[in-house]
Design a protein around this ligand. Structure first.
Ligand SMILES: NC(=O)c1ccc[n+]([C@@H]2O[C@H](COP(=O)([O-])OP(=O)(O)OC[C@H]3O[C@@H](n4cnc5c(N)ncnc54)[C@H](O)[C@@H]3O)[C@@H](O)[C@H]2O)c1
Length: 312
């Protein structure tokens, strides 16, 4: 189904974008449609923290795509429950007869430090960001396999590796990253690729980011080095071309990768790996406490025992 028109590399493909009624997902849906894909625009339409719902955002973006000459349908089911995630995937098959590209973008954040987070905050964050991504993958993969083409692009966050509070959100995005690595491995024999973007863009989710960073600095939780890392948040449309590329034939060999994408920048994360090792003769039994206390600071932990100061 490779398209001869380089401006429409996704001609004939069907794409699903979750959380596509606003922000980064909207930009991705518009870009996928402009590249020739028929698009399911999914969005529950709730508030930033995941409360409420509205059909408006998904319907507006689907309409915007159709007015630009593309093909799109709106779907307003939540990704966060198993059965409704199944309906999201089914809407692609019912509307367009197949599914080729899945962009798991729907996400919520509740800006909280650990002692402000209660069980409901934790459950809601994990349900949308991690379970929602998992459930859409789980229902979409048989459809991708049957169609003989598959591109899954998940949405992680730099909070996977460089936290700034929001521990529930960071944990959910760490889960998305591990899910990406695992599915890339499992689906390789089928030629289905699985990657993630850790985006940065100016949306309602980041509108107050400057004030929150200033607050972290005032509390001594964000040092000058971290604060000086300049990633100016720009329009979400600057994230979308990378997603189009990862969805295309040209990206067939790229899988299990996490990209930092936004503004003028595209970066790639290294894979977490074991850096150093110490061994003990198994016949000598378990490590004695005093030996560990003496050995580890000058071997495994040489150069710095705590990760936290380096995050600052
Ligand atoms: N904006 C950034 O700089 C940034 C940084 C890191 C990660 N992200 C991630 O990018 C993604 C998009 O974020 P954004 O900044 O565009 O935020 P946004 O709030 O503008 O958009 C998120 C969309 O997801 C939808 N959504 C929420 N729960 C849903 C559910 N259960 N089912 C279906 N749709 C649902 C919302 O209605 C909303 O339209 C998120 O996963 C977010 O965590 C964004």
């Amino acid at each position: 189904m490779s398209s001869p028109d380089p401006t429409r590399p996704l001609e004939g493909r069907v794409a699903l974008v979750t959380g596509a009624g606003r922000g980064i997902g909207r930009a991705e849906a518009l870009a996928l449609a402009a590249a020739g894909a028929r698009v399911v625009v999914n969005d529950l339409g709730g508030a930033e923290g995941g409360v409420g719902s509205s059909q408006g955002p998904a319907q507006d973006v689907a309409q915007e795509i159709r007015e630009a000459g593309g093909e799109a349908v709106a779907n307003t089911d939540s990704v966060a429950e198993w059965a409704s995630a199944q309906r999201v995937v089914a809407s692609a098959v019912e509307s367009f007869g197949r599914l080729d590209i899945v962009v798991n973008n729907a996400g919520i954040v509740r800006h909280q430090m650990i002692e402000e987070i209660d069980e409901a905050d934790f459950d809601a964050t994990i349900a949308v960001n991690l379970k929602g991504t998992f459930a859409i993958c789980r229902h979409a993969i048989p459809v991708l396999r049957a169609g003989g083409y598959g591109r899954i692009i998940n949405t992680a966050s730099n909070q996977w590796a460089a936290p700034i509070g929001n521990a529930h959100y960071a944990a959910s995005k760490g889960g998305v990253t591990s899910l990406t690595y695992d599915l890339a491995f499992e689906l390789q024999p089928d030629g289905i690729t699985v990657n993630a973007v850790a985006p940065f863009a100016l949306t309602r989710m980041t509108a107050d980011a400057g004030a929150r960073d200033a607050d972290l600095q005032a509390r001594g939780l964000m040092g000058a080095t971290r604060a000086a890392v300049k990633e100016p948040r720009a329009d979400p449309s600057l994230v979308a071309p990378m997603v189009v590329y990862l969805a295309s034939d040209a990206a067939a060999e790229i899988s299990g990768r996490v990209f930092r994408v936004g503004g003028p920048k595209i970066g790639i994360y290294g894979h977490p790996s074991e850096e150093r090792t110490v061994f003990r003769d198994e016949t000598d039994g378990p490590w004695p406490y005093d030996q560990l206390a003496a050995l580890l600071p000058r071997t495994l932990l040489a150069g710095g025992a705590s990760r936290a100061p380096h995050l600052r």
